[in-house]
Design a binder for this molecule. Structure first.
Ligand code: FAD
Length: 332
């Protein structure tokens, strides 16, 4: 799809305005025709998730693959939860998004069918519109993938080709293992390991931490998500990483650095999400300390001694300033 000047859309809102009309005008007649026996996750698949063979057993606890499961999930979501999407979608502690992404990834349901089911429900409200526009972001990502040359590796904004990324295998490994010493980041990296999935807000938080606080190339994160997300999608993943790195289409500006402590206060205020994945932080008796355990050096020392938690690998303020300086260099 192209705009009036014959160019592909690089801004989401006009893209979705045009694309949604297509959805409204062309109805798809859905018939459930074939039945494919659902496969259990097992070690013989060639998906190559992590190097840990046990991950398939873990994933079984969280996901029911197959078309029937996908249809059931979206129907339940539309009838029970979609009306609260606007408010709940940003709260990883609520876990109230639709979790339909792995089903989309494996073609067990189509975005068109989701949209038609929502239209058939006759629900009209802000939450429904926001949900529809998220499906729109997926479509927009596909448009970017179609028109760009190598979306997973090449920044859409050419200025970023010369960005002075750092090189640190050690920091990257600590990020993947959820051992950065920044609890919200670490909890999210544990979630991906346990479930093969991560909440959208946290994809933004861990992404910002990698490319801004650690100043590591966004393609490393893109690659890690590729092999660890059950919903890995070539278009949405690459577009998501380019968005967070500030080099993509309609991207978050590079100077917007997510502060994981403020994000915890706002989106996980009781630290329920963090404690679910890092229960050892329960020894801290306030949410403030759970968000920033390094403020109580004595208590943290005990956890560090037992290798149960870690000192922060960067200072959030200093590393933010370092990122902004690097960005200034690229701009000039
Ligand atoms: C760095 C980064 C990497 C990402 N990688 C992927 C990926 O590999 N695969 C993937 O499906 N999504 C990816 N996303 C988008 C988003 O995080 C997931 O689609 C969402 O978390 C899936 O959970 P859900 O089904 O509960 O979403 P819901 O909030 O219930 O949304 C419903 C559907 O809308 C679509 N959607 C929602 N948000 C986005 C978005 N920001 N961009 C594109 N589509 C969206 C998805 O298809 C999703 O299943 C990425 C986002 C970021 C910031």
């Amino acid at each position: 799809m192209q705009n009036n000047s014959g160019q592909y859309f690089k801004v989401f809102t006009p893209y979705w305005r045009a694309a949604y009309k297509v959805y409204l005008n062309k109805r798809f007649s859905y018939k459930k025709k074939i039945s494919i026996k659902p496969l259990r996750h097992n070690q013989n698949t060639d998906l190559n998730f992590f190097d840990d063979k046990n991950c398939y057993d873990k994933f079984d606890k969280h996901w029911s693959p197959g078309e029937d499961a996908a249809l059931k999930k979206i129907d339940t979501y539309i009838s029970s939860n979609i009306d609260k999407y606007e408010v709940n979608r940003n709260r990883p502690d609520f876990d109230q998004t639709s979790r339909i992404s792995p089903h989309l990834r494996f073609g067990e349901i189509s975005p068109r069918l989701i949209i038609e089911k929502i239209q058939d429900s006759k629900k009209i409200n802000n939450s429904v519109n926001t949900y529809l526009s998220e499906i729109g972001w997926r479509e927009f990502s596909y448009s970017l993938l179609y028109y760009s040359e190598d979306l997973s590796n090449k920044p859409i904004n050419p200025k970023f080709k010369k960005f002075p990324w750092r090189n640190s295998k050690k920091d990257f490994t600590l990020w993947t293992k959820g051992e950065t010493g920044i609890p919200l980041v670490d909890a999210a990296m544990k979630q991906i390991y346990e479930e093969g999935w991560m909440h959208n807000r946290l994809r933004m938080v861990v992404g910002s931490f990698l490319v801004k606080n650690l100043l590591l190339n966004w393609t490393l994160g893109e690659n890690y998500f590729h092999k660890s997300l059950l919903d890995y999608d070539e278009a949405s993943n690459a577009a998501g990483w380019q968005w967070i790195a500030g080099c993509g289409a309609d991207a978050s500006p590079y100077f917007r650095v997510f502060n994981p402590v403020l994000q915890s206060e706002k989106f996980d205020p009781q630290a329920h999400y963090i404690l679910k994945y890092i229960p050892q932080l329960k020894i801290f008796n306030s949410t403030k300390l759970i968000f920033e355990p390094y403020l109580d050096k004595n208590l943290l020392k005990n956890l560090i001694k037992d290798k149960k938690y870690f000192n922060p690998i960067v200072d959030l303020k200093d590393s933010r300033n370092r990122a902004l300086e690097a960005y200034q260099q690229t701009k000039s």
